[in-house]
Ligand binder design. Structure first.
Ligand code: SF4
Length: 362
């Protein structure tokens, strides 16, 4: 297939659905990792055309959703300083902190700017030597190459007024943490295609073998997702636990080596707290000692902020595949996209936002 439309072909979609439904003989729980995949499933009603034995649960693969509240509050504290230009991708600006969001900081006079690339933030630093320019480096392995390149570039140019507030998370440790939980329901994974594009497939092999779960790197269009589900269901029915690649047009076994190299040069693996889930060992990235001058948390001494989540929000259970958004008592009532209580509602990739947008009320 060559063009995007072909990955939305209804005739082919019906054929794959029929094959999935003819293959399944008993109940299986399959988790799609990425929020982009969740939206595609809900938007296209994929979960509604599959045999009732197949339950799709939504994973923690929305970077905005899993960024801890403390980090949002740290961003707000830094962005409120008069000497700072705070830069971020647009989706982080509406995420509520304990008291406000970054848009409010902007409306109160803070210099908060949306950028489309971390290198744009470096450019702003270059052009504003009298200001501290901070980039909010959030995301999975997908955004880590660009974000690490920004620090590498700033260091090479000896820019002393650029830094990053880093809250990077890594997908495989989170998948493993879910599988090792006593409450785990997941029996097969659709791995996030764009993360696999950067990191490759090899790190999934020991997870698949240890927990006996099939893992299929999967894209984001309806045909991608249906093919990914078919591959997982076939493995489950045959008792296999292999790592397979549905997203062949993007993912290679070893991934993108130059991208991995720049990540490793600037960042190191660290323990990281995931919003709604808690701390997962070795599941994040932080800045290496050699580049510590570019660490905004150290530069602005915002290391000690502690926060409390809303009592009503069950996004942690949703992100672990234990509950669906409509099971949250606040869904569509106290919590809506215009008044979100939790990050899974505020983010465009969040499962609660998908259920609200496509009116999945049960
Ligand atoms: S609907 Fe709102 S309150 Fe409920 S889990 Fe989702 S984000 Fe949290």
């Amino acid at each position: 297939m060559k063009y995007l439309d072909e990955f939305r072909d209804p005739v082919l979609a019906k054929k794959i659905v029929a094959e999935i439904n003819a293959t399944v003989t008993r109940p299986w729980v399959i988790m799609e990792i990425c929020g982009g995949q969740t939206h595609s499933i809900i938007r296209n009603g994929i979960d509604q055309v599959l045999a009732k034995e197949i339950e799709l649960v939504h994973g923690p693969g929305c970077p905005v959703c899993v960024t801890p509240l403390e980090i949002i509050d740290k961003a707000i504290e830094i962005a409120s300083r008069p000497d700072v230009i705070f830069t971020s991708f647009g989706d982080m600006l509406r995420v509520p902190g304990s008291k406000k969001d970054l848009f409010m900081v902007k409306s109160e006079g803070g210099d908060v700017r949306t950028v489309y690339s971390p290198l744009e933030a470096v450019e702003i630093a270059r052009n504003n030597p009298d200001k501290e320019v901070v980039f909010f480096a959030v995301g999975f392995e997908t955004t880590a190459p660009g974000n690490s390149m920004a620090i590498y570039t700033a260091a090479k140019e000896r820019l002393t007024n650029f830094s990053e507030l880093v809250s990077h998370v890594l997908v495989p440790p989170a998948m493993e943490a879910l599988l090792s939980s006593p409450d785990n329901r997941v029996q097969g994974y659709l791995a996030a295609g764009h993360v696999c594009t950067v990191m490759g497939l090899e790190e999934y092999i020991p997870i698949a073998q240890k927990y006996h779960v099939p893992i299929v790197a999967t894209g984001f269009e309806p045909i991608d997702i249906l093919e990914g589900i078919l591959l997982v269901v076939k493995q489950l029915e045959e008792g296999r636990c292999d790592v397979e690649n549905q997203y062949l047009r993007s993912v290679k076994l070893k991934g993108n080596i130059p991208a991995q190299n720049i990540i490793q040069k600037v960042y190191k693996v660290t323990n990281r707290k995931w919003r709604g889930i808690g701390e997962i060992p070795r599941s994040g990235l932080s800045i290496r000692e050699e580049y510590i001058d570019f660490d905004a948390e150290k530069k602005f001494s915002v290391g000690d902020i502690n926060t409390m989540e809303s009592d009503l929000c069950i996004s942690g259970e949703i992100l672990q595949g234990l509950k669906k958004p409509h099971e949250c008592p606040a869904f569509g009532k106290e919590c809506t996209p215009t008044h979100p209580l939790g990050a899974t509602m505020v983010s465009a990739e969040g499962a609660c936002a998908a259920y609200y947008k496509y009116q999945r009320l049960r």
